[in-house]
Design a protein around this ligand. Structure first.
Ligand code: FE2
Ligand code: FE2
Length: 472
């Protein structure tokens, strides 16, 4: 089942593209549009080359190749995890049947929609991050930004491959649209709210890769369970790359907390603003923002669409294989968050309709692990302050709590109180201006900005002071 990719091809792949001339031609005609998009919407900082990981295969013996690559020579490939010929559907009404190698007619529209929604997020984040190179705190961080960006570009390729290969003319039209919508555009914005927010500074970038990329991890995890095998295999491989994006976010925030804590202790002060670092209250407000907009990405607490996707086998649960139930859920119930008589509470629903809540809970538990990590850094520094995830009802625009206002502690407050007090909890203009004032580029080998600690490890065994990027 292994197809050896030919990396000298225009589109490196392990899907035997050469054998399917029609598909190859379709993708080759999409490619120039992608490259134009990358030129106009991708990273703005000119470089000679960047030390990048490139996916070249999917095997266990190593799937990536590290080298200094001029951006114009970078190749976005199409890679699906190896096919398991015996794979069966793990849940829903088709449980136990062989996984589908083609799209069943009755699920065509739904599967296409799921792929488009996932595909839309990938280029969006590249657009959101395009100006960050100019203010990178180190060459190591700059390299990671490029790495995340090229891989999001490849994830777009992954979804476009599925659209072209399995969804005919409508798929090709959707693939075009993925390049026409743009993050933050008034006329044709990206589909999901968080992907239209700005990522104007590196604190936002780390928070985004921690909280918003992590939403991606959970969405991919549910699509990896799909009965539609090419989608499953595509997402399985994307998850491998996502792990690095999570690492960038987790350790990025680690390093800011570490630096802030260090300066607080050294100077015996809570206010590190004058010392060129980011204070804990500002970090907490950025965290509150990125976490709450990412919670919205999971949709309403209940959804009959998602129930239908599950029953049909299109989209499973996180770690479906490890769940100890019948994987059909037809008779089960669960509690979901809700407004009950105007108060924040919970209500009983059918488990099938509560699947968004199930996924959001998995995500929240995962987010908490990062907060615990950051609090350990504060604790080891001997500081009493702690960071926290805000309440699930805080700053929500989607779902049961969209119509109310709540504090990070979960107290209901009036709209007027919210107007008056939200600056205590969300980044203020003063915060943003201050954070932006710290964003001075450090593009010198082995050096790092004053507001962040250097990483413990470099990339691929290289030291921190490696020449990760050669600027133009
Ligand atoms: Fe991605
Ligand atoms: Fe990502």
């Amino acid at each position: 089942m292994t197809v050896t990719p030919d990396y000298t091809e225009k589109i490196p792949n392990n899907v035997d593209l050469r054998e399917d001339r029609r598909l190859q031609r379709a993708l080759e005609s999409w490619q120039p549009n992608f490259l134009t998009w990358w030129e106009s919407m991708g990273p703005t900082l000119p470089t000679r080359d960047v030390y990048l990981r490139t996916a070249i295969n999917v095997g266990r013996e190593g799937w990536a190749h590290f080298a200094h690559v001029p951006m114009r020579d970078y190749r976005w490939g199409i890679f699906l995890a190896e096919r398991d010929p015996g794979r069966i559907v793990g849940f829903g009404e088709h449980q136990g049947e062989p996984a589908w190698q083609q799209v069943p007619g009755e699920y065509r529209a739904d599967l296409r929609r799921l792929i488009v929604i996932q595909g839309d997020t990938e280029p969006a984040s590249v657009e959101q991050q395009r100006n960050l190179g100019a203010t990178a705190p180190s060459l190591y961080d700059l390299r990671n930004l490029f790495q995340v960006n090229v891989e999001e570009g490849r994830h777009l390729w992954a979804m476009v491959y599925l659209l072209h290969a399995y969804f005919g003319r409508e798929g090709r039209e959707e693939a075009e649209e993925l390049l026409h919508r743009n993050s933050g555009s008034v006329d044709s914005p990206r589909i999901l709210g968080a992907f239209n927010e700005e990522t104007p500074d590196w604190l936002s970038f780390y928070m985004f890769t921690y909280f918003t990329d992590r939403d991606g991890k959970y969405q991919l995890g549910t699509l990896k369970e799909s009965a539609f095998d090419p989608l499953s295999r595509t997402c399985e491989f994307m998850l491998k790359e996502e792990a690095h994006h999570m690492m960038v976010g987790t350790t990025g925030v680690d390093r800011i907390v570490e630096r802030t804590a260090q300066l607080m202790v050294q100077n015996d002060t809570d206010d590190v603003t004058g010392l060129g670092a980011i204070g804990l209250p500002v970090l907490q407000r950025y965290l509150n923002f990125h976490y709450s907009v990412s919670l919205d990405l999971f949709g309403g607490e209940t959804s009959t669409n998602v129930a239908n996707y599950y029953t049909a086998g299109l989209k499973g649960r996180w770690m479906e294989g490890r769940r100890r139930d019948d994987h059909k859920l037809a008779d089960d119930g669960m509690l979901v968050d809700a407004l009950v008589d105007g108060e924040i509470g919970q209500t009983q629903v059918a488990s099938l309709t509560g699947l968004n809540t199930d996924l959001r809970r998995e995500y929240i538990a995962d987010c908490q692990s990062g907060v615990n990590r950051w609090n350990k850094i504060l604790e080891s520094a001997g500081l009493p302050q702690r960071l926290a995830l805000p309440h699930i009802a805080f700053n929500r625009k989607v779902g049961a709590f969209a119509g109310i206002e709540a504090t990070p502690a979960g107290e209901l407050i009036s709209a007027a109180d919210w107007q008056q007090r939200n600056g205590e909890w969300l980044p203020t203009d003063v915060d943003k201006t201050y954070v932006r004032s710290l964003m001075q580029p450090v593009h010198e080998r082995g050096k790092i900005a004053a507001w962040i600690a250097p990483p413990r490890n470099g990339i691929n065994g290289q030291p921190f002071d490696y020449d990760y990027v050669h600027l133009a």
